[in-house]
Design a protein around this ligand. Structure first.
Ligand code: CP
Length: 317
């Protein structure tokens, strides 16, 4: 670098809307930033002043345990003030639109809006109409970028790399924002992705995205380094597209018998919430191959990184 010149920062986005828009370099930068934040959660005083004086509002229009609490704790560990928007107690029930609600909240001096919404594109819509940062915490069947980032973080942590790994995503791909986001993130980092499920839930049309699609779970087990079991989304599917639960468990459930056909160091993932006994047998969910709780722990550091980087980008705008 010549004296006086400055390198362009890797992260210049004040919004995080979908992982599909991130380059390899940007994803790696978030993961590396999260490594730095991991240590904060191990301190007796779990706080750094990175977002002191900033306000983060959590706007969740759908149920959530992991993502909501993780964003709230992430913001608090960065010393931000947090405000919980509770839909049922808000004026949306009186007919106020999402945009009017957001603009009114922004008028109170909010820096970052974290939005979960049942409509695909809701976070993008918000980002186009407010001037604060917008972070997508899951929009309909479209995207869940921080889940994908924490999944990539966990794979990299456990396997030492993402590039070149064989990763299966199993189950209800069609209705899953996690599947869409994980698939794009894994491809960007150079993993080989196989989608597994009945044709109604893992349609062949996904092959146009450069992935293998199969309904033969048994056959692909020995090849896989990582198997990510998706939640069956009863709330998003019509009964006609779903085999019986018993049939689903028989063909696509992960259990200790199937585990015997996997690589000895296979990593079993699940974004949560788990339908125990359906996607995963309890002994696998709680067993040594499972990274379910580690994913949740890592989510906190990843979300600290996302909030920090977006706010930093907004500050230099
Ligand atoms: N994985 C995930 O998004 O979980 P929640 O719905 O509990 O946030």
């Amino acid at each position: 670098m010549t004296a006086g010149t400055r390198t362009k920062p890797v992260w210049t986005r004040k919004h995080l809307l979908a992982i599909a828009e991130l380059s390899r370099e940007e994803i790696v930068h978030v993961l590396d930033t999260a490594v730095g934040f991991q240590e904060v959660s191990t301190r007796s005083v779990k706080k750094v002043p990175a977002l002191r004086g900033r306000v983060v509002v959590l706007m969740f229009f759908e149920e959530s345990t992991r993502t909501r609490m993780s964003f709230e704790l992430a913001a608090q560990r960065l010393s931000a003030d947090t405000v919980d928007f509770v839909e049922k107690m808000s004026s949306t029930s009186k007919g106020e639109t999402l945009l009017d609600t957001a603009r009114n909240i922004e008028a109170m001096g909010v820096d970052i809006m974290v939005l979960r919404h049942p409509a695909a594109g809701a976070a993008q819509h918000l980002a186009e109409h407010v001037s604060c940062c917008v972070v997508n915490a899951g929009d309909g069947q479209h995207a869940h970028p921080t889940q994908a980032l924490l999944d990539l973080f966990t794979i990299r942590e456990r396997k030492g790399r993402v590039e070149g790994l064989n990763v299966a995503i199993v189950g209800d791909v069609a209705h899953s924002r996690v599947a869409r986001s994980d698939l794009r993130g894994l491809q960007t980092l150079g993993a080989k992705v196989t989608l597994v499920g009945p044709p109604t839930l893992a349609p062949k049309s996904f092959e146009t995205m450069g992935v293998r699609v199969t309904s033969d779970f048994e056959r692909i087990l020995p090849e896989m380094d990582v198997i990510n079991m998706l939640r069956i989304q009863k709330e998003r599917m019509t009964a006609s597209g779903f085999p019986s639960v018993r049939e689903y468990i028989r063909l696509f459930g992960m259990n200790s018998d199937r585990l015997k056909h996997c690589k000895p160091d296979v990593l079993i993932m699940h974004p949560g919430p788990v339908n125990r006994g359906i996607e995963l047998a309890a002994d696998v969910a709680d067993g040594p191959h499972s990274s379910i709780l580690r994913q949740v722990t890592n989510g906190l550091a990843v979300r600290m990184a996302v909030l920090f980087l977006c706010q930093q980008a907004a500050a230099v705008e």
